[in-house]
Design a binder for this molecule. Structure first.
Ligand code: FES
Length: 164
């Protein structure tokens, strides 16, 4: 498109070259902007789904785990106990402020090293400051193997017994 000024004073070859350069830079910037907008739009449309890994742990055959056994599972996140009443899978996370509880020698329960809470073997509070008992993980039996789901919690307070 010719400007009025161009008609009266035709551009020199140097001015024409500069205009072509500026037009190319402007077109490139528009292209980059359009590409960025397209990528952002596509990322917005794509569903952002997070697939979590299965955290169910096959511990072994229940009849091979003796009464009184405490197993540490899931890289220290779960204690599996075999009691007279059955199996209990406790979270190792203290319900006060989230420290990791450890088996307490002598009591058969657990002690928190941070602020001194004590828990009984079945996870109930024996000594504060924690007021809530340790959380429990669901237990099941599949194909004869005891399964602890370290990725879920249950409100069921009964010890798990293997169905006959
Ligand atoms: S975090 Fe366990 S007693 Fe405070």
């Amino acid at each position: 498109m010719a400007l009025v000024d161009d008609l009266e004073h035709p551009p020199t070859s140097q001015e024409s070259a500069r205009r072509r350069f500026l037009a190319a830079v402007g077109g490139g910037a528009l292209g980059v902007g359009a590409l960025g907008a397209a990528i952002t739009t596509l990322r917005f449309i794509e569903p952002s789904v997070v697939y979590e890994e299965d955290k169910r742990i096959a511990v072994g055959r229940p009849e091979e785990i003796a009464v009184g056994t405490v197993l540490v599972l899931a890289s220290g996140k779960v204690y599996l106990l075999r009691t007279e009443a059955g199996f209990i899978a406790l979270s190792t996370v203290c319900t006060h402020l989230g420290c990791i509880v450890r088996p307490e020698a002598g009591s058969g329960g657990f002690a928190c090293p941070c602020h001194g809470s004590r828990f009984r073997a079945e996870g109930t509070v024996r000594l504060g400051p924690a007021v809530r008992e340790l959380r429990r993980h669901p237990i099941s039996v599949e194909d004869g193997l005891l399964i602890v789901d370290a990725g879920a919690f249950t409100e069921d307070r009964a010890a798990f017994t293997v169905p006959a």
